[in-house]
Design a protein around this ligand. Structure first.
Ligand code: BGC
Ligand code: BGC
Length: 754
């Protein structure tokens, strides 16, 4: 498999030839029986979740949340087929889609990967997408122009407590089937050949190890005869398992491990041993093998030419082809939901002087969201989308052609007063758990757009808001400040679809009316994240199915409750270390060229020694002693230096806070650093020597350093890889405890950075 952001040779701009070459090499190696006597072709899988999204130049369709709003089954089948075609150009056989989560709590970071909160849409769509990817049983099933599909993630991923990614679903079995299981009913009826097990638990038991769900329900009761693939080292999360060792998953019914790391080698050896010693019955292995071979056989992998020689292989003209882009553009048109339209401001005459502003206006990466070229969808520029169109570009073309004037001004300033301002703003891209939120307030995440909207309002300039988001969000203040407001979700690479709806043609006629309807209820308060049609006391701001058309009377006035925005609730602190290092962080020790994970009570190596010690309770702190021979210290980093978004869980007034006890005063510079990554490393170091020199020895002190000391000097919290590093080149002996990020407390707001 290639995960999100994985490319041949790690080269983002890999060509079609590079993709094909890799597919061909793997295939040839797999059918070469000279080494192991086996000539069974491989099957390469990819996350083509909104088009073939790892590939530069591919057509990027709107994410599923927008497609749900379009509520058009036929369109879904066409999109899936177009995606299959683009996937086959790169020699890939298998797609990890569709996601059929029925999303119940919009704080979940994967909300946008779901079609709806309503299992009805999910079920119908699952069937349509599987048909589009695989063809229809009895007609063109898994023909030369189709790929293998995966319905995922089985089961209940969209229904975890508090919307926590990979969390615990506590639905009753009936609810699990009626709400979360319907995508599998639709997908399996259409012939889906694989199902991906979910990271989540059901009643605290990880699905990857749940025999009842994987075998009794899915394979036996639901009659699924394809294979079950795991999710990314998901087996390692089963109680008693590690990534390297997990008979439990196989015995529960998993047929293919997704083990994308080096762990596959010990896992393979351990599995063989467990079959030999009877821990895993051979009949279970036979069953798994039979299922995999059955799917490969059905998909024609034994008969097809090699990846380099298939019907679409290397046909680069099919990647981002005119037809596919036209289809995506149509999907964008149909996915837009009009929430507010005071005085029938929309559709706009293109013959006016129109200011186009906001950080989403000319940003194809932002409008495409996560799972876009990279896993998180971050780190891309418009140049990474050859053939794509930003929202601004789409608007400008039509406005300029009609004799109007389109002026791009990201920050909103202008020289001559425009007739109208279009403000494009919203969420930054994210994927999976990095998109999990405490609540659904947009204002808390980004306060700038509201300022911009109010600025136009004060000057009497009518405002159209185009809101980019992966979930419905509480935007009451932004709605109040807008004359018209459109939820555009994550439209993908074909930004013209927006101009096609909100602008009249040059003769003054409506081009396309809005037809999108909310497939998720829209919240009335920042904490109303679990709001679903059919709830008792259902009271969203806008109900499921809402969506204005041009002839409808406007519904929302400018007086929605904004209170929360004025008195932001105190955010809970982000705990990084309190006795142990909290997920997703780990504690590293370094001295000169040595670097170790601090995973036992004592570590000693040249330059640095470390031991755990007590502050309030046993071993809730640690002591480090730097001898001054080399630069040394402690560093908290994310696992595998993965980017972690701290921006969304902090305010501009948040601060890094930790407890420290000095056994000696510094004799050389001491630095406190935090780091990020934007492809290249970034971050900032502060000189703490002055602060530490004033501290009384042998007593605990709490140090608080405003994050702005870092962010004003190049630290990007949204891309954090290390929230804490303390180092010195001189001798130093100190204890550290309780590292966290705290918010907006007046005492330290006046603190200086040094
Ligand atoms: C995701 C899956 C995805 C897989 C491979 C996992 O982390 O949960 O949806 O298919 O990675 O990239
Ligand atoms: C991969 C994703 C995967 C994720 C799981 C990333 O590095 O690129 O595809 O879903 O890890 O944690």
């Amino acid at each position: 498999l290639n995960g999100g952001g994985a490319f041949p040779n790690n080269e983002k701009h890999s060509t079609m030839a590079d993709w094909i070459e890799l597919a061909e090499k793997m295939y040839q190696a797999s059918i070469d029986d000279s080494l192991d006597g086996s000539n069974i072709p491989t099957m390469w899988g990819t996350d083509a979740v909104h088009g073939h999204n790892n590939v530069i130049g591919a057509t990027l369709f709107p994410h599923n949340i927008g497609l749900g709003a379009a509520n058009n089954i036929e369109l879904m089948e066409q999109i899936a087929q177009a995606t299959a075609t683009e996937v086959m150009v790169t020699g890939i056989d298998w797609v990890f889609a569709p996601t059929v989560a029925t999303v119940r709590d919009d704080r979940w970071g994967r909300t946008y990967e779901g079609y709806s909160e309503d299992p009805k849409i999910v079920k119908q769509y699952a069937a349509a997408v599987v048909r589009g990817l695989q063809g229809t049983p009895g007609e063109n099933f898994l023909g030369d122009n189709r790929v293998i599909s995966t319905v995922k993630h089985f089961v209940g991923d969209g229904g975890t407590v508090n919307g926590v990614d990979q969390g615990n679903n506590i639905a009753s079995e009936k609810e699990l089937f009626d709400i979360h299981g319907q995508g599998y009913v639709g997908g399996l009826q259409a012939g889906a050949q694989s199902v991906m097990a979910s990271f989540n638990s059901w009643h605290s038991k990880k699905n990857h190890g749940n025999k009842y769900l994987l075998t009794d329900v899915l394979k036996e009761q639901m009659g699924f005869d394809g294979f079950v693939v795991g999710d990314w080292n998901g087996h390692g999360q089963i109680a008693g398992c590690t990534n390297e060792n997990c008979p439990q998953a196989i015995n529960a019914g998993l047929d293919i491990f997704m083990v994308p790391t080096d762990a596959w080698k010990p896992l393979y050896e351990n599995t063989i041993q467990q079959v030999n010693n009877g821990t895993i019955p051979l009949s279970r292995i036979d069953d798994a093998v039979r299922r995999i071979l059955r799917v490969k056989h059905r998909a024609g992998l034994f008969d097809k030419p090699s990846p380099a020689n298939r019907i679409y292989s290397g046909k680069r003209e099919l990647i981002g082809s005119k037809e596919h882009r036209a289809l995506a553009r149509r999907a964008v048109q149909q996915s837009l939901v009009l929430l507010k339209n005071k005085n029938n401001l929309l559709p706009l005459s293109p013959k006016q002087n129109i200011l186009i502003t906001g950080d989403g206006a000319d940003n194809i990466g932002k409008q495409s969201g996560g799972w876009t070229i990279t896993w998180q969808g971050t780190g891309n520029t418009n140049q990474d989308f050859p053939g794509g169109t930003s929202i601004y570009q789409g608007l400008a073309e039509q406005i300029n052609n009609a004799g109007g004037q389109a002026i791009l001004s990201i920050d909103g300033h202008f020289d001559s007063k425009p007739d109208i301002a279009i403000v494009v703003f919203g969420e930054e891209p994210y994927a999976e758990g990095q998109g999990d939120r405490e609540d659904v307030s947009f204002y808390r995440e980004n306060k700038k757009p509201l300022e911009l909207l109010n600025q136009f309002k004060e000057q009497g300039i009518p405002v159209v808001s185009l809101f980019i988001s992966g979930r419905p969000m509480w935007v009451n203040a932004e709605l109040n400040a807008s004359d018209s407001f459109v939820a555009i979700w994550l439209p993908g690479s074909e930004g013209q679809g927006i101009a096609d709806v909100i602008l009249k043609d040059s003769e003054g006629h409506t081009q396309n009316d809005f037809i999108g309807k909310l497939s998720y209820s829209w919240p009335n308060t920042p904490t109303q994240s679990r709001v679903n049609k059919g709830d008792e006391n259902y009271s969203p701001l806008l109900p499921y199915g809402f969506g204005l058309r041009y002839n409808d009377t406007n519904f929302l006035a400018d007086d929605l409750q904004e209170l929360f925005a004025q008195t932001p609730k105190e955010l809970p602190p982000v705990v990084i270390f309190n006795g142990t290092t909290k997920k997703p962080w780990q504690l590293l020790l370094f001295a000169g060229e040595y670097q170790f994970e601090a995973n036992s009570n004592v570590h000693q190596f040249p330059g640095l020694s470390y031991k755990t010690t007590d502050k309030n309770i046993q071993e809730d702190a640690f002591n480090i002693r730097i001898d001054g021979s080399v630069k040394a210290g402690v560093k908290i980093v994310s696992f595998s230096n993965r980017i972690h978004d701290l921006k969304s869980t902090t305010e501009s007034t948040s601060a890094l806070q930790f407890s420290i006890k000095l056994q000696s005063h510094p004799s050389d510079e001491v630095n406190l650093s935090i780091y990020c990554s934007e492809g290249e490393s970034c971050g900032h170091s502060l000189n703490l020597t002055n602060k530490l020199s004033q501290i009384e020895l042998s007593k605990w002190h709490q140090l608080t350093v405003n994050l702005s000391c870092f962010t004003e000097n190049g630290m990007k919290l949204a891309q954090t890889i290390s929230p804490f590093e303390l180092s010195s080149s001189g001798p130093l002996n100190l204890d550290i405890a309780d590292i966290s990020i705290v918010h907006a407390s007046k005492e330290y707001l006046s603190n200086s950075c040094h």
